[in-house]
Design a binder for this molecule. Structure first.
Ligand SMILES: [Zn+2]
Length: 168
């Protein structure tokens, strides 16, 4: 049996376009979750993913989605690898990903904490500008929105609730 090495660039573009299950306006490339796509001489496409929030239940779905999309694109042999190091941080969300979040009324994460995170008993004070009107007068209403990677906020200026992707 003769196998040909798959077209790496095409396989990569297929994997990059897979939407995130929890933030479907973002692709896995926007999210920074898709680390690499390689091909091997025996015709296997190897996609490497880094999970976002530890224990994020969407990871299994992401893996299955990438494998399904690649198979649908004609790649019979697909391998999905999980890369845990370096760990994902919300800083890996691309500029276009942040723009898409804001366009969908979701506040993108701020800069991730650097180095050892000091243990503090009070929640850190941060300003999350309203993605709809830009006002800084906002408040957190729930630490956990529909998914654990988002918090629920409300704008006091336009009174609209909005979701905020937490930075880690
Ligand atoms: Zn507002």
């Amino acid at each position: 049996m003769v196998t040909t090495r798959p077209d790496t660039r095409h396989a990569r573009s297929v994997a990059e376009a897979v939407p995130d299950p929890e933030l479907p306006m973002l692709t896995l490339a926007d999210l920074g979750v898709l680390r690499d796509v390689e091909t091997t001489e025996d015709g296997t496409v190897v996609a490497s993913l880094t999970p976002t929030y530890s224990g994020c239940p969407a990871m299994a779905e992401m893996r299955a989605d990438v494998a399904a999309r690649l198979r649908a694109a004609g790649y019979a042999r697909v391998e999905i690898r999980t890369v845990l190091s370096p760990p994902w941080t919300s800083d890996w969300i691309t500029e276009s990903g942040r723009r898409k979040l804001a366009e969908h009324g979701i506040a993108p994460p701020g800069a991730a904490p650097r180095g050892p995170v000091p243990l503090v008993l009070s929640p850190t004070q941060r300003t999350v500008p309203c993605p709809r009107c830009g006002a800084a007068d906002t408040e957190e209403t729930s630490r956990f929105a529909a998914t654990s990677c988002k918090a629920l906020w409300r704008c006091r200026a336009c009174r609209e609730p909005f979701e905020y992707v937490k930075e880690i």
